[in-house]
Structures are given as C-alpha cells and as structure tokens.
Ligand binder design. Sequence first.
Ligand code: PNS
Length: 159
Amino acid sequence: MRTAIYPGSFDPVTLGHIDVIERASKMVDKLIVAVLNNSSKNSLFSVEERVNMLKEVTSHLDNVEIRHFGGLLIDFARECNAAIIVRGLRAVTDFEYELQMAQTNRIMNRDIDTLFLTTDLKYAYLSSSIVKEVARFGGDISEFVVPMVAEKVKEKYKI
Ligand code: PNS
C-alpha cells in the first residue's frame, strides 16, 4: 500500500491546495493531509478548524485522510507509514525553501522522498497568506477558496 503525506499549515485551505490534493490522491493508495499544529505561529484558524475545513473540502475523495501533527514531519511520516512527502511548487521563489526542507528531511530519513507537484498555472500566485491579506481589507476572496472557507475567513475578520 503506497501512502503519501501532504503537510502544510493550511491556514486556510486554498483552491491551490485542493488541486494538489486531488492530483496527488490519484497517484497513491492513501493520501494523508497533515496539518501542522503550530501553536507558536500566529494562525488565523485553530488546528481543529483547519482540519474540519479540510475534511469538508476533501469529502469527495475516498483515499484522503486529514490528520494533524506536531514536531518533526519525518517522525509523523514514519508513524503514518508514508514513504512520500508531497509538496506543491508554485514558482522559483518556493524552490530554495522547499529544496532545503526536502534535503533536510532526506538526511534525517533516507527512506522518505519528497515529491513536488507543480501547481496549476491558475493558482501559481495563490497562498493562504494572500487570502488572509485580501480578506483582512475586505477584498473578494471567492476566486481563491471554496465558498464555505470564504465564509469562515470573513467571520474571522468580522466582515
Ligand atoms: O504550508 P507550510 O507552512 O509551507 O508548511 C510547512 C511545513 C508544515 C511542511 C513545515 O514547516 C514542516 O514540515 N514543519 C514540521 C517541522 C519539521 O519537520 N521541520 C523540518 C523540516 S526542515
């Protein structure tokens, strides 16, 4: 059974993330979307809220499971029996950070490889930070996230 793990902050999940999840889920038997429980980071949504939103937007995908983790990704991947880490690459600006993470993870565990999926061109600019920035100032985020997520972001900013 081929299991992959797609880690991230998902604060909140964007259409770009959903695109990567849909494509990656077709390549493996099981895809675990792993939400970083980053209590130190200033997240808009709690880890439970992020997990619940992800569950809702992936409910049409039978082989996708949503979990959260703290600590090292490589340890969580081992716990999940996942030999593949999936990451989306948007632009060259992502590359340096992603390469560093992938190489560090590989040094720590040579049995786990990182698989990069280039994001769909229509989401190449998109990030959770951009969604929050636009929403914070009352902008329209309907092109960036599903309606349920847009509502929850607006609630957070009391729009
Ligand atoms: O969506 P993000 O914030 O770009 O995701 C980053 C994430 C969660 C993949 C990364 O921060 C991570 O793996 N954190 C867990 C700690 C860890 O294992 N760090 C070592 C890798 S260099």
